[in-house]
Design a protein around this ligand. Structure first.
Ligand code: ATP
Length: 321
């Protein structure tokens, strides 16, 4: 393979830059030309393609977001859009494509392979960590750390004013961010979409805590499980406790990637390039599973729904008493 492309697509995630850097530098090390495609599939359709050098990925390993920018493209969901994208790849002589993004981006990549035979490798990057087939996606660890840092700060004021705080976190339809950050941040209750919950039980737990002298609490709710604001209103009504709600929002997407995410991104980026160099006979994805880096068919990402570890959830409940 003489020439490859790399793009970031879907929601941005801290560590995407480290992955781009790894792809570019590993490819150049092996004498392969690398093109950076800006704004994901939208840029591929609009021919926003530029050759990358060793220097073009300098000083980015520590930066959140993505220097290649990211976008969502409705046009790419049409055959005509993908045909234009393929023609642009062909015109640049790009033989393989590394797609850094979530499962939607992988769906698009798979179509490029199925319809036009483009060799594609997906690198999982989403703060939600909801991609099936990989234990970790780039960005998740940084986001969990950002949320834990926020919880620490909120805990200071919750303690001082003896208040109950509801913290709403991202995660789309999944509760991975809420669960990990809730455990690490010592939240009293963790509400996630995967597990039904009872407001009555949560209120009873709060009341019992109050009775034994614990006058401040933190409740984490994943956005996919409901509205933090509504939950705060109900809890205040049912318990009479002073309640505040913080919606962390987009600060969860930004920031310098953690060491874990930088290493994950560097290893996955290098592995994606090796897969293209060595030749693949179908669309593939890089995954991190049980401590190992592995290559899997891209379809794996759509073949199931990633499950919450129930033991982990029960432990969170036990520890939060
Ligand atoms: P995140 O999980 O962070 O949102 P994602 O990769 O799942 O990331 P999406 O918006 O679902 O984000 O997908 C990114 C882009 O991939 C879409 O804007 C679209 O261009 C392309 N895409 C998604 N699904 C398909 C599909 N079924 N066929 C072709 N292209 C798709």
């Amino acid at each position: 393979m003489n020439s490859i492309g790399v793009l970031t697509s879907g929601g941005d995630a801290p560590g995407m830059n480290a992955a781009v850097r790894a792809v570019v530098r590993k490819a150049l090390f092996h004498g392969i030309k690398v093109y950076g495609i800006e704004r994901g599939y939208a840029g591929l359709i609009n021919n926003e393609i530029k050759e990358m050098s060793l220097g073009s990925v300098g000083d980015i390993i520590q930066r959140g977001g993505t220097i290649l920018k990211t976008a969502r493209s409705l046009e790419f969901k049409t055959y005509e859009g993908r045909l234009r994208a393929f023609q642009n790849l062909k015109n640049h002589g790009i033989e393989g494509l590394v797609v850094i993004g979530g499962d939607g981006s992988f769906q698009g990549a798979l179509k490029l392979y199925e319809e036009f035979g483009v060799k594609v490798v997906g690198i999982p990057a989403t703060i939600d960590n909801d991609i099936y087939g990989t234990d970790y996606s780039i960005g998740f660890d940084t986001t969990v750390n950002t949320v834990v840092d926020a919880i620490n700060k909120i805990r200071d004021t919750a303690f001082s004013h003896e208040r109950t705080f509801i913290v709403e976190v991202m995660g789309r339809n999944a509760g991975f961010i809420a669960l990990e950050a809730g455990i690490a941040g010592g939240a009293e209750s963790i509400i996630i979409p995967e597990i039904p919950y009872s407001i009555e039980e949560i209120c009873q737990k709060l009341i019992k805590s109050h009775q034994r002298g614990k006058l401040h609490s933190i409740i984490i709710i994943a956005e996919g499980a409901g509205s933090g604001i509504k939950l705060g209103e109900v809890i205040k009504e049912k318990t009479g406790f002073e309640t505040r709600v913080t919606i962390l929002g987009h600060i969860q997407r930004g920031g310098s990637p953690s060491a874990f995410d930088r290493i994950l991104a560097s290893r996955m980026g290098a592995m994606a390039v090796d897969a293209l160099r060595e030749g693949i006979s179908q669309g593939m994805m890089v995954a991190f599973e049980k401590g190992e880096y592995v290559l899997k068919p891209l379809e794996t990402a759509f073949s199931g729904k990633k499950q919450i570890d129930l033991e982990y959830y029960r432990l969170a409940d036990i520890l939060s008493i």
